[in-house]
Design a protein around this ligand. Structure first.
Ligand SMILES: CC(C)(COP(=O)(O)OP(=O)(O)OC[C@H]1O[C@@H](n2cnc3c(N)ncnc32)[C@H](O)[C@@H]1OP(=O)(O)O)[C@@H](O)C(=O)NCCC(=O)NCCS
Length: 188
């Protein structure tokens, strides 16, 4: 598929804004992730944690999304990234990094001590992206997905940034975005 010519400043990032965003999220995730999700799963995430889900738009078209949650887990308050998708013509331009960084920032501000997710062991793109953000592989989960593929559980720990040098980098990156970004974000 052809890549689309665009300037990064043309991408608008918005946090989940209501039911009209739900079909956009479902459409993207259904197209791009192997695991099938029911509407109840989507609603569970976006109704309970709307502030953790973001969509990326280019000229009115939804081109990427991230869906997350957070809560208590074995005495740890932790964030969880459930779904992350950018459509093919828009990949490789930092959109997923921006989406996921926004969610992680809200998780940090909300008191999360760590963030986790699962990714297929074969998903080089996702593993590279999360590796660059400082996530480590904490477990291998055998036949985790319905398609039989194993998963890595990935984990990002806060706030001991001395152990995760990419965290301050992430924060710097975010600061730079905040200075140049025209998007509709809840953090302004
Ligand atoms: C994974 C995905 C979300 C990445 O989206 P993206 O917008 O292209 O990601 P970014 O542009 O922010 O990538 C940032 C970094 O991730 C890594 N990366 C992303 N895609 C990659 C690929 N196909 N191969 C290798 N590295 C990749 C690189 O380290 C990249 O850094 P760079 O810009 O210095 O090269 C996208 O490929 C996608 O939607 N895939 C299908 C759904 C999916 O697998 N979701 C993740 C489930 S865990």
């Amino acid at each position: 598929m052809e890549n689309v010519e665009f300037d990064s400043s043309e991408i608008e990032y918005v946090s989940y804004g209501g039911e009209h965003h739900l079909p956009l999220i479902m459409n993207l995730v259904d197209q791009e992730l192997s695991e099938p999700y029911s509407i109840f799963t989507y609603r569970y995430f976006v109704y309970l944690w709307p502030q953790l889900s973001f969509l990326a738009f280019h000229k009115g078209k939804c081109v990427g999304t991230v869906v997350c949650k957070m809560g208590e887990h074995r005495n740890t308050f932790r964030g969880y990234i459930a779904m992350l998708v950018v459509i093919k013509p828009y990949r490789g331009r930092g959109i997923a990094t921006e989406l996921v960084t926004r969610s992680i920032k809200v998780m940090m501000e909300s008191g999360c001590e760590e963030v986790t997710l699962e990714a297929e062991v074969t998903n080089k793109g996702a593993l590279a992206l999360y590796g660059r953000l400082g996530f480590i592989r904490s477990k291998r989960l055998f036949h985790y997905y319905l398609n039989g593929v194993d998963a890595f559980r990935l984990k990002l720990l806060f706030p001991r940034t001395e152990l995760h040098p990419s965290l301050p980098l992430m924060a710097d990156k975010y600061e730079n975005h905040m200075q140049s970004d025209q998007g509709d974000t809840p953090f302004k």
